[in-house]
Design a protein around this ligand. Structure first.
Ligand code: NDP
Length: 339
């Protein structure tokens, strides 16, 4: 067995969008599993937008990554050595490995994977992002047949789950995505009724016109993934008693820069006059729903009724470039790094 392992640590806190110098790829002695722990050789790592937030030293729903600490994240891998009951060499497992080639984790923090689907699906369509779409839509979106849903980042793992579930529930689904290729994927692969390229509309009011055409009966559910121009475009189109599950606001993860900062407070009025239900949620509060989600959704994924896309970068060397690109829309589907 190799005597060292590789990991990516936080070298410094980014200002705005992360750059390569904010990270450090380093080699360290291979950790040894203590009693109750398992040593894992990681095969797939997840890249998720929330990781940008963990790089800042601000109070949030989860602790930030310290300078010099391994970047946080979920991985899938094989057990190399087990000192934990219930785990044996060769088992396929998933857990919070961090951005690393190997990890020692307590057995109680790992989940065994026994699936015929590719193991990487545990990080996307059948993992945290898929669960986010399923829980958030059912619990906070409260979809009803005949209504209209709008979601941005529509070809990503959250948006594509939301769109497909809403379509199956009888809603009209409108995707917002970056670029013509992603718009084509939204309609052709994920079954959205319409797709709008947010990059083709410079202003919120232009984008609003395009969304209004695609949603002639107004918007009943706006699934908030991005904030920024898209939020500003959609808010005035909301129908009375509409719902906005607030899942993410990636347009602002590097800080708010001008667009929308002065106009949004005025538009907040829409929440009052349209009696909107705006509900922020964090998926960590809903892990108890995971078994029910898997029961319902994994057969549909296996049968091809729910489609998913993965964008796979190769090697730890490509982890940082893939992360930086993902935050700007460079990924097409769930961003995975295969080791
Ligand atoms: P994606 O894989 O969809 O990646 C992010 C996408 O965001 C990009 O591909 C890009 O898509 C889009 N994007 C980036 N910048 C902008 C911008 N300025 N304006 C519009 N779109 C932009 O991510 P996920 O599906 O994993 O996550 C989607 C959202 O859900 C994120 O905000 C994430 O933080 C949030 N989330 C929240 C959770 C919770 O517990 N509340 C849990 C999981 C995710 P495009 O090129 O199409 O514009």
């Amino acid at each position: 067995m190799s005597v060292t392992f590789q990991r990516i640590t936080l070298a410094r806190r980014p200002s705005g969008a992360p750059v390569p110098e904010d990270f450090k790829l380093q080699s360290d002695p291979m950790p040894e599993p203590k009693d109750g722990e398992v040593l894992i050789a990681v095969t797939h790592l997840s890249l998720d937008p929330y990781m940008r937030g963990r790089m800042d030293d601000v109070k949030s729903y989860a602790p930030s990554v310290g300078i010099g600490e391994t970047m946080t994240g979920q991985g899938v891998g094989h057990v190399l050595t087990s000192n934990a009951d219930g785990f044996a060499t060769g088992d396929l497992v998933t857990g919070m490995t961090g951005w690393a080639s190997h990890a020692c984790l307590p057995g109680k923090d790992l989940r065994k994977l026994d699936t015929d689907l590719p193991p990487s699906t545990a990080l996307g369509v059948l993992g945290m992002p898929g669960l986010t779409g399923w829980v958030g839509l059912n619990r906070f979106g409260k979809p009803k047949a005949g209504e209209t849903l709008v979601v941005a980042a529509a070809t990503g793992p959250v948006g594509s789950m939301v769109g497909q579930l809403a379509k199956a529930a009888g809603l009209r689904t409108v995707a917002i995505a970056g670029g013509p290729e992603k718009c084509a994927l939204a309609t052709d692969t994920f079954g959205f009724d319409a797709a709008i390229d947010h990059r083709a509309h410079d202003t919120a009011s232009d984008l609003r016109k395009a969304i209004a055409e695609a949603a002639p009966d107004g918007v009943d559910i706006y699934w908030e993934n991005v904030g920024g121009k898209v939020l500003e475009a959609v808010l005035p189109l909301m129908n009375t008693h509409g719902r906005i599950p607030v899942c993410g606001m990636i347009a602002w993860y590097g800080g708010v820069d001008g667009d929308g900062t002065d106009r949004l407070p005025q538009m907040w009025r829409a929440v009052l006059v349209k009696r909107l239900q705006v509900t922020g949620f964090i998926i960590f509060d809903h892990w108890n729903d995971y078994p029910a989600f898997l029961n319902e959704v994994s057969p549909q994924v296996a049968e091809g009724k729910i489609a998913y896309l993965e964008d796979v970068a190769e090697g730890l060397d490509n982890m940082v470039p893939a992360f930086i690109a993902m935050l700007k829309g460079g990924n097409t589907g769930k961003q995975i790094v295969a080791l």
